[in-house]
Write a protein that binds this ligand. Structure first.
Ligand SMILES: O=C(O)COP(=O)(O)O
Ligand SMILES: [Mg+2]
Length: 227
């Protein structure tokens, strides 16, 4: 008997429409019908992947904030705190810059362990301030993230796989950027969509010909029933 392998899916750049923005609606049914655990592993704040699971109709298995928040369906784990990142962004603001998300800032409003900055803001001063505080800045292609160096999506996946009892070696991951490298390292088979950055492409077992959700849908076709 064959089964579907557990899946690890990034959101931005991976489940997105061909132009890179918004979820491609074609992904909902295959994900919902997938006969193995599906983990959403993202840099976005915790409520976003939870909502994605909720509206897709799948159990909430979530790595959020690049590994800073991990939800096994039963327990939430926080592997960093927001204070240091907050101090960095306060210094950045005091130097005359903004985070670039407007006054209500729904990108960071519910973010618990790191802070994201709009890509239109200057990164060099941000990197300098972050380094002084012992933090790093990563560029996912969708935002800069000021974060502790320790949490990773891959570590979050291990927590979830332990809890839900699936074998990460049997799992398949799809992603597009630097924040997916640790997921790729944690699973048995990894795929970078064609729009992925060089770090993700280098770390993946396979680089897809198709971009965004077209690439991810091709992976689902390829690996369905292969576990
Ligand atoms: O939050 C980001 O910058 C990117 O999100 P992602 O990890 O789902 O691609
Ligand atoms: Mg991404």
């Amino acid at each position: 008997m064959t089964a579907d392998p557990p899946l690890v899916l990034d959101i931005d750049g991976t489940l997105t429409r061909p132009d890179g923005w918004g979820i491609d609606p074609r992904i909902f049914d295959p994900i919902r019908e997938w006969e193995a655990p599906v983990v959403i592993a993202t840099g976005k704040a915790f409520p976003y992947p939870v909502a994605l699971c909720h509206f897709t109709g799948i159990p909430e298995l979530v790595v959020a904030e690049n590994g800073g928040v991990v939800y096994t369906g039963d327990d939430v784990f926080f592997t960093a705190d927001r204070e240091a990142a907050q101090a960095v962004t306060e210094e950045y603001r005091a130097a005359g810059y903004t985070l670039g998300w407007g006054t209500e800032d729904t990108v960071n409003r519910w973010r618990e362990t790191e802070i994201a900055i709009n890509l239109e803001q200057p990164i060099e001063p941000l990197r300098e301030i972050a380094a002084k505080h012992g933090l790093e800045v990563i560029d996912t292609g969708y935002a800069y993230h000021v974060k502790d160096t320790t949490p990773t999506k891959g570590d979050g996946l291990e927590t979830i796989a332990d809890h839900v009892s699936f074998d990460l070696e049997a799992a398949v991951a799809v992603g597009d950027s630097i924040n997916d490298v640790s997921s790729f390292d944690a699973v048995g088979r990894s795929f970078a969509v064609a729009n992925a950055d060089e770090m993700a492409k280098t770390a993946a077992d396979e680089v897809l010909e198709a971009t965004h959700a077209d690439g991810t849908l091709a992976v689902l076709e390829q690996v369905r029933g292969t576990a």
